[in-house]
Write a protein that binds this ligand. Structure first.
Ligand code: HEC
Ligand code: HEC
Length: 251
C-alpha cells in the first residue's frame, strides 16, 4: 500500500528541517564533501561518466529505445544482434548466429577494439583502450541487466563492500508522480541542474543504484549524517518513488 504523503511531511517538521540545514553546514565545513566524494564514488558511478562516449548513439535505462545503435537494457545474456527491429550489420547477424552472447568478457573485448572483434561492424567507435575505464563502464552497464542481482556492482554505489539489501526492495516499482511530489524534500539541497556547492547531483542515476545508495544511508553503511536523517524517514516505497522520479526528472 502506498503511504500517504501527509505522513512523511509530518515527520519532517520545520524545526527538523532547520536542524538539517545546520547539520549540512557543519558537514560542509568539517568534511568537505567535494573532496570526500571524489575519493569515495565507486566504479559504476565513474562508469556513468565514461558512458557519455556512447550516449549519442545508444540509450539505456527507463524507456530506452533504439537510436543509431540498439538500446543497451538487459544487455548481459543477450545474443549479439538480438534486438528485434534494429537494423544490424551482416557481421553482427552472423556473430549472433555463431553464438556470440554478451557477457563481461565479450563486451570488454568488443569495446576495446570493435572493428577487430567484429570485423565489419557498423559501430563507428574507435574503441576504449583504457582497461580501468572499460571496467567502470561495464559496471555501469551491468546495472541495467537483471543478472546484476548479486548486488556486487551496487557496492560501488553504496561505497561499502558487503553492503546487503533485500533484493525485493530493489524490485519495487516506484511511483514517479509521487516521487516528483516528494522531491521538494530534496531539491532544496540537490539542484536538478546538477552538482552545486559541493552537493552532488542525483539526477539520471540508474534507479537500482539510487535505491541502494539511499538504503546505505538508511542503514548507516554510508556515514553522512544529513543524509542518514533524511533516509531514515523514508519508506521503501518512497525511496523507490524518488528513484523513479530522479532517474529522469525532465520526462
Ligand atoms: C557512433 C555511434 C556509436 C557509438 C559512439 C557507440 N556505439 Fe555501440 N553500436 C552502434 C551501432 C550502429 C551498433 C550496431 C553495430 C552493427 O550492427 O554492426 C552498436 C552496437 C553495440 C553493441 C552490441 C549490442 C547488441 O544488440 O548486440 C554494444 C554492446 C554497444 N554498441 C555498446 C557501446 C558502448 C558501451 C559504447 C560507448 C563506449 C558504444 N557502443 C558507442 C553505434 C555506436
Ligand atoms: C540538507 C541538504 C540535503 C537534503 C535536503 C537532501 N540531501 Fe541528499 N545529500 C546531501 C549531501 C551533503 C550529500 C553528500 C553526502 C555524502 O558525501 O555521502 C548527499 C548525498 C545524496 C546521495 C548520494 C549522492 C552521491 O553522489 O553519492 C543521494 C542519492 C541523495 N543525497 C539523495 C537525496 C534525496 C532523495 C533527498 C530527498 C529525500 C535528499 N538527498 C535530500 C544533502 C542533502
Amino acid at each position: 500500500m502506498r503511504p500517504t504523503t501527509a505522513n512523511l511531511f509530518e515527520h519532517i517538521p520545520i524545526r527538523v528541517q532547520r536542524q538539517l540545514q545546520l547539520l549540512l553546514l557543519v558537514t560542509i565545513v568539517t568534511f568537505s564533501p567535494r573532496v570526500m566524494l571524489s575519493d569515495e564514488t565507486g566504479e559504476a558511478h565513474r562508469g556513468q561518466q565514461v558512458y557519455m562516449q556512447c550516449h549519442e548513439c545508444h540509450e539505456i535505462g527507463n524507456g530506452a529505445t533504439n537510436g543509431i545503435g540498439p538500446h543497451l537494457n538487459q544487455l548481459f545474456g543477450r545474443v549479439a544482434g538480438g534486438i528485434d527491429g534494429f537494423h544490424y550489420s551482416p557481421s553482427f547477424i552472423s556473430a549472433g548466429a555463431e553464438g556470440l552472447v554478451w557477457n563481461v568478457d565479450s563486451i570488454a573485448a568488443y569495446l576495446e577494439d570493435p572493428q577487430s572483434y567484429i570485423e565489419g561492424t557498423r559501430m563507428n567507435y574507435p574503441g576504449l583502450r583504457d582497461k580501468e575505464q572499460r571496467d567502470e563502464l561495464i559496471a555501469f552497464l551491468r546495472l541495467f541487466s537483471d543478472d546484476s542481482d548479486d548486488l556486487m556492482v551496487l557496492d560501488s554505489y553504496t561505497n561499502e563492500p558487503g553492503f546487503s539489501l533485500d533484493p525485493d526492495v530493489l524490485e519495487i516499482e516506484g511511483d514517479r508522480e509521487y516521487g516528483e511530489y516528494l522531491s521538494s524534500l530534496c531539491t532544496t539541497c540537490h539542484q536538478l541542474a546538477g552538482e552545486d556547492a559541493g552537493i552532488p547531483a542525483i539526477i539520471n542515476w540508474p534507479e537500482r543504484a539510487f535505491v541502494a545508495a539511499m538504503h546505505a544511508y538508511k542503514n548507516k553503511t554510508r556515514t553522512n549524517p544529513v543524509m542518514q536523517i533524511i533516509a531514515e524517514r523514508l519508506s521503501d516505497e518512497e525511496i523507490a518513488a524518488l528513484a523513479a522520479y530522479f532517474a529522469d526528472p525532465q520526462d
